[in-house]
Every structure is written in structure tokens, then in C-alpha cells.
Write a protein that binds this ligand. Structure first.
Ligand SMILES: [Zn+2]
Ligand SMILES: [Zn+2]
Length: 655
């Protein structure tokens, strides 16, 4: 290669790496070149790169100074690029198998990707999916590069006109000349703005998961297209684990368990998304509320109760109207006034703060309520307990001065972590959403100093408390930084649980104030927090997390007494009375069934403890104890069993 003089003539650019190191490269260098200059091993893992905050192809030339972050499978954007590139690979396989197919869009989703396509009159079957997977594997092995090419609009139009693809022509109509690119891998070319992974060889494990119908542009007046969902991984092991997790998740589906265990129901005459809590579910609700009340009392909260409705004027003050109107139920009219079902508890709580004159000595003022809220979710969005229209929120608002904020926020954070311990949530991440200084006064309250201060305070608390967190720019709430809490269930399924928000705007809009130490009125900061989220979502999560096998303190029924025959009913009743006196939730299985069947049925109902009683137990004042998941624990003195169980419940132990 004779590049000696060419190199010397090239301009040099400065690349800033995430650790702050600045390196010089020739203009036109790519992220992949940068990775190679660091280590070959790293280069083999690079899927894409973030260039000045924008995700780019790792192979795309960089021509000016830039900050650069290499993205791998461990990064969310790396995964998204991997999955979107897999959608192209699937499209290539589909086109090879079904010539004449036309494609709409193929994005990455939370876990995997899909592509919408028009297959004409052809129907696609599950068997086709297996064939497509095979074809994709073949194509992946060719390690075909994803090649980007900038294309003038006229040329792009003529390419897809020739192909007769009206969907891509529709996309092109909305694009600006000069900003259009094609990507080609193997025999397949797509209109796409990218980015993509360097080549198909990264895709080592492929699963096409399902076929669905999807109206073009989501409009049911349009033609229905075929949507194929898939997921891919850089190794077979991760795919195998994922498939196992899916199977396990299916068994643990909260809608299935919720019905089997008599937790909740829904009824057409009540309405979609409106949960009816059955007696078993209500026990869980009451135990959760008891936990919340104990915890909040200890942390200095006071409890309040507020109505389910409020006048329009309140929601105009809060800003819910008109901005949030789409998510609210339509108003009721009475005496010439409009009333709305409350979508949030905050405004009612602000009014309670405001009802009495406050001085700095009254702060922090912490008020809590399991508040009932109503939100109008689209019917297509409703999903079991996870997306509902009536929700019961573990809500509280803390009104404090700036000086008190860090301490209060730390205490809230500790409360989250205390709860995670109780429920055995080992994996969690707090997503700290920050503002964008360029959007102050539009998307964000124009308080640059307060933004800086509170963001810094929140970050500090998270770091000091060793809480795992990620920062996201430009996703804060209008009125302050926001923390979304993501947790993972026992089998690794992800849930968004709750949010924790800092608010320096609503205090102003509601004209809240307290008299500070200098005898001046001051607007309080407000912390919105709901560590246990809503009953709906949290119990949905717990059902799947525990697979319905609740720890004793939460279990709707804690003990089932199984007499071997009718002869021992009197003794069973004595035991029942003893348990009830100790506030233990217990029942007798008095059916005329074999003991083996009684044990099996109680196991299916996921009752933590069974007490089997017969002749021997009766004569010795004992019971044979069986523990869910552990089997036979042998005969135990009744009083000993009761005092152990009472301690287990009181300490809210997992077992
Ligand atoms: Zn693409
Ligand atoms: Zn609130």
C-alpha cells in the first residue's frame, strides 16, 4: 500500500473518549478504527458508536472533532442497533423466500425487533418461521457488511418505483433530499437512516417468535400488513436462557395466576381496566397497606384521606388541563360546574398543605395516602393488572426547604431499598432523568440554578447510597428531575415499578409557602414518591415474582389444617381456634377426600403451611407440618409451631 504521502496530507481530528482522554486521528477515521487502536478484542465487540450523543454506524467515517463512546451488547443502544440490523437480516430472508414482498418499517423493540410487510395474497405460517430462521442463519454466517450509501431523493424514488413498493415511496415522500440513505447487506437493500452493526456475522442466535396482523400506520381503515416478531443474540447461551425465561414467564403470567388463586377479576358490566379485588387479593392489599403505614409512620409521615373528584379549576391550576386531558375521564357536570375524577393525588395534597399557615418549624411536612386515581388508558393499551383505569397508589408528598431536600430524598431512597429487601428484589436500577439546558422555559421550568442544584443533590444521594443508576438526558418531568425505578423479578423479567420526582414548580402554581427563618415567605420544594407503585401493578409483579407462592405474611391463607378423617375434626377445630387467636389466617379442609388429594390441592392453592392431623398427632398435642416448597417438616408441638409462625409473619420473612 502506498499511502505514505496521503496520510501526511490528511487533516487530523480530536476524539474525546468517555474517560476524558483525547486522541488524535486522521479525518475520516471510524469508531471501529478507534476501537482497533485501543485493542483488537474491543473492536470485535463494537456494534455501533455514540458520536456527539448520536448513535452512528461503527464503520461510518468521522470528519470532525467529536466525543465518542463505543457501544457493545452491554449498552441499550448497542442492543437496539443489533436488533434493528436483525430486522434487515430477516427482511433479506423473507425477500429471498417470498419474492415481490413489500416492506413498511422494521424497528427494534424492548426485547428484539419486528418488520411489517405486505405479502400480497400469501399467508405465512409457523412452519415458514422455522424456514426463515434457517435462511437467516445462513445469511448471518456470510458476515455480509451493512453498507451505507447516501442517495439523492430522485434516485431513491426511482429505485422503489421500479420495485413497485408503495410503502417505501410513502416513507420517501416525507424525507428531505440530501438526508436519504440506503443500506445494503448481501442481496438486500433498504431505505434506512441507520445505524446498523458492522456485519451480519455478529448475529449468532436467532428466534422468530410470532406473527401478527398490523394495520398500515396503525390505522384500521388501512390495509392489514403482516408483522413478524423476532429476537436475536450474539451467542446461543443467551438465546437459550431467554427462551427458558419466556416459558417460565408464561407459567407465572399474573392474569392466569390472578384467576387461579382468586386474587382479582374484571367484568364487562363494570368496565374495561377496572379491577374487582376478590377476598384473597384484598388480604394482600391490606397487608401491603399495613407495611406502608408502619414504614411511613416510622419515617414521620402523617396520613390523609381525600375525595376521588375535584373541580375543573383545580386541574387548570395544576396544569393537568388542558395538557393531560386525553388521559383523564371526561367531566361530570353539576350545578354548572365541571368535576373530574382525579388522575393524581398531588393537587388534593397541596390543598391540605395550604389549609393551615406553615412555618419552617412545620417542615418537612410529609403526608401519605393510598390514593385512588383514574386514568383514561386507550382500550388497546389495557393489560391485566399492569395497565388499568382505576389505580390505588402508595402516594405521599413531602414539602421541604432546599436545605432539607438532600436528607429527605435520601430517606425516600432508603425506603425503596428497605422494600426491595423485604420482597427479595435483588436487581434494580434507578433511571435518573435530567433536563436539557437548551429547553429551559419550553419543555422545562425556567429555573437553571434549581435544576443544577437538585440534579446534583439527587445524583450525590444515589452515589453515596451505592444505588445502581443510569442517567438520561432530556427526559425529566416539566417541574424537576425524575427517577423511574426498574426492577427485575425472580426470573429476570423487567418491570417499571414507580417514580420518584422532585418538583419545584407546583409549589409556585399552587402558591404554596411557608415562613422561613428570616420571617420571609418561601415556596417549598415537593418530593412526589410512591415506592410500592400502585396495588394493581405491584400485586401483578408479586404474583409473577413469587409464582403465586407468597411468603406467609402476604399469603391470603397462611395455614390449611388437613384432618386425616372425620374422627379428628374436633382436634382440627381446636387447632383452628388456637391459630385464629394468634391472628393467623387458617382453614380446615373438611372434605371427605384422601389425605394425598388434600395435600395436592393445598399445594396447588399455594398455601404456605399445612398441618396434617391424625390419631398420633391428636394424642400428643402435635401436628405434622408441611411447608410449601420444602415438603414434610415432621411433627411439631402446636404451641411451638404457632410461636414460630407468628415470628415469621411479624418479621415478614421470605420463609
Ligand atoms: Zn435500518
Ligand atoms: Zn404527586
Amino acid at each position: 500500500m502506498c499511502t505514505g504521502t496521503a496520510v501526511a496530507n490528511k487533516d487530523m481530528i480530536k476524539i474525546t473518549l468517555p474517560d476524558g482522554a483525547v486522541r488524535e486521528y486522521e479525518a475520516g477515521t471510524s469508531a471501529l478504527d478507534v476501537a482497533k487502536s485501543i485493542s483488537e478484542g474491543l473492536a470485535r465487540k463494537v456494534l455501533a458508536a455514540s458520536i456527539n450523543g448520536e448513535v452512528w454506524d461503527a464503520t461510518r467515517p468521522v470528519n470532525q472533532d467529536a466525543s465518542l463512546k463505543l457501544l457493545t451488547w452491554d449498552d441499550t443502544e448497542g442492543k437496539a442497533t443489533f436488533w434493528h440490523s436483525s430486522a434487515h437480516l430477516m427482511a433479506e430472508a423473507v425477500e429471498a423466500s417470498f419474492p415481490g414482498v413489500k416492506f413498511w418499517v422494521g424497528p427494534a423493540i424492548d426485547k428484539g425487533f419486528y418488520y411489517d410487510m405486505d405479502l400480497g395474497d400469501r399467508k405465512i405460517s409457523e412452519e415458514d418461521l422455522a424456514l426463515l430462521e434457517k435462511k437467516m442463519n445462513e445469511l448471518a454466517k456470510q458476515s455480509n457488511p451493512y453498507v451505507r450509501k447516501a442517495v439523492p431523493k430522485a434516485e431513491a424514488i426511482s429505485y422503489f418505483s421500479e420495485k413497485g413498493d408503495e410503502y417505501k415511496l410513502d416513507l420517501l415522500a416525507g424525507l428531505t433530499d440530501g438526508e436519504i440513505s440506503f443500506y445494503t447487506q448481501g442481496a438486500f437493500t433498504d431505505l434506512c437512516r441507520g445505524p446498523h452493526i458492522p456485519h451480519t456475522g455478529f448475529i449468532k442466535a436467532i428466534k422468530l417468535t410470532s406473527i401478527a396482523g398490523a394495520y398500515w400506520k396503525g390505522d384500521e381503515k388501512n390495509k392489514q400488513l403482516t408483522r413478524i416478531y423476532g429476537v436475536t443474540f450474539p451467542n446461543q447461551k443467551e438465546l437459550d436462557e431467554y427462551v427458558l425465561m419466556l416459558e417460565e414467564a408464561k407459567k407465572r403470567d399474573h392474569r392466569k395466576l390472578g384467576k387461579e388463586l382468586g386474587i382479582y377479576t374484571m367484568d364487562d358490566n363494570v368496565g374495561s381496566g377496572l379491577v374487582l379485588w376478590m377476598p384473597n387479593g384484598t388480604v394482600i392489599i391490606e397487608e401491603l397497606e399495613k407495611l406502608a403505614k408502619e414504614t411511613e409512620n416510622a419515617a414521620g409521615y402523617k396520613r390523609v384521606v381525600t375525595p376521588h373528584i375535584a373541580k375543573e379549576s383545580m386541574y387548570l391550576t395544576s396544569g393537568h388541563l388542558p395538557y393531560y386531558a386525553d388521559s383523564m375521564f371526561p367531566p361530570m357536570e353539576m350545578d354548572g360546574e365541571k368535576y373530574y375524577l382525579k388522575p393524581m393525588n398531588c393537587p388534593h395534597h397541596h390543598k391540605i398543605f395550604d389549609a393551615e399557615q406553615k412555618s419552617y418549624k412545620d417542615l418537612p411536612y410529609r403526608i401519605a395516602e393510598y390514593g385512588t386515581c383514574y386514568r383514561y388508558e386507550q382500550s388497546g393499551e389495557l393489560f391485566g393488572l399492569m395497565r388499568v383505569r382505576c389505580l390505588h397508589m402508595n402516594d405521599a408528598h413531602i414539602y421541604c426547604s432546599k436545605e432539607q431536600f438532600a436528607q429527605e430524598f435520601r430517606a425516600v431512597n432508603e425506603m425503596y431499598i428497605k422494600y426491595f429487601k423485604i420482597f427479595g428484589v435483588d436487581k434494580y436500577v434507578m433511571r435518573l432523568s435530567l433536563h436539557d439546558p437548551e429547553k429551559l422555559g419550553q419543555k422545562y421550568v425556567n429555573e437553571p440554578e434549581l435544576w443544577k442544584e437538585t440534579e446534583e443533590m439527587v445524583r450525590k444521594v444515589l452515589i453515596e447510597s451505592n444505588t445502581p443508576f443510569v442517567e438520561v438526558q432530556n427526559e425529566a418531568a416539566f417541574y424537576g428531575p425524575k427517577i423511574d425505578v426498574q426492577i427485575w423479578s425472580a426470573i429476570g423479567k423487567e418491570f417499571t415499578l414507580a417514580t420518584n420526582q422532585v418538583d419545584f414548580a407546583q409549589g409556585q402554581s399552587f402558591k404554596l409557602s411557608f415562613t422561613n427563618k428570616d420571617n420571609q415567605p418561601e415556596v417549598p420544594l415537593i418530593i412526589h414518591r410512591a415506592p410500592l407503585g400502585t396495588h394493581e401493578r405491584f400485586i401483578g409483579f408479586l404474583l409473577e415474582h413469587y409464582a403465586g407462592k407468597f411468603p406467609a405474611w402476604l399469603a391470603p391463607l397462611q395455614v390449611k389444617i388437613l384432618p386425616i378423617s372425620d374422627k379428628f375434626m374436633d382436634y382440627a377445630n381446636t387447632i383452628l381456634q388456637t391459630l385464629k387467636n394468634a391472628d393467623i389466617r387458617a382453614e380446615i379442609d373438611d372434605r371427605n377426600e384422601k389425605i394425598g388429594k388434600k395435600i395436592r390441592d393445598t399445594e396447588l392453592a399455594r398455601v404456605p403451611y399445612m398441618l396434617v392431623v391424625g390419631e398420633k398427632e391428636m394424642n400428643e398435642g402435635k401436628a405434622s407440618v408441611r411447608r410449601q416448597g420444602k415438603g414434610d417438616l415432621g411433627a411439631k408441638d402446636l404451641n411451638e409451631f404457632v410461636s414460630e409462625l407468628v415470628a415469621e409473619i411479624k418479621q415478614r420473612r421470605a420463609e
